[in-house]
Design a protein around this ligand. Structure first.
Ligand code: FES
Length: 119
């Protein structure tokens, strides 16, 4: 296995036509989708208003956001309908030894809000 790939989840844990959220230390949340046994990996956070896309639903290769019904192509990350206008990141994925792996070398770090001092 290419060392750039990270093991995300057992393939059997992602039901057909559903998504699962995966957390990898230090990186933005990742979503894994299963379309008829083919797996796709994207950022989990909607580009519109931060909903979790893995909690939406899957129609073919489209992810439908659970909050405002924006849609994305999970293969390219393209935004397909308003109010989603900005694409989402996608990551190369493969199944190896029963698990879904992805190349997350281009994944941005998790951004945390700055801590506020108590007054
Ligand atoms: S939060 Fe996803 S379309 Fe608005």
């Amino acid at each position: 296995m290419d060392e750039k790939f990270t093991r995300l989840i057992e393939a059997a844990e992602v039901a057909p036509d559903e998504g699962r959220r995966v957390r990898i230390d230090g990186l933005e949340p990742i979503a894994v989708f299963n379309v008829d046994g083919e797996f796709f990996v994207t950022q989990d956070t909607c580009s519109h208003a931060k909903a979790s896309l893995s909690k939406g639903w899957v129609e073919g290769f489209e992810i439908c956001c659970p909050v405002h019904d924006g849609r994305f192509d999970m293969r390219s990350g393209a935004a397909l309908c308003f109010p989603a206008t900005d694409p989402i990141r996608t990551y190369p994925a493969k199944v190896h030894e029963g698990a879904v792996w992805a190349d997350l070398s281009q994944a941005p770090a998790q951004v945390r809000p700055p801590l506020r001092a108590r007054t």
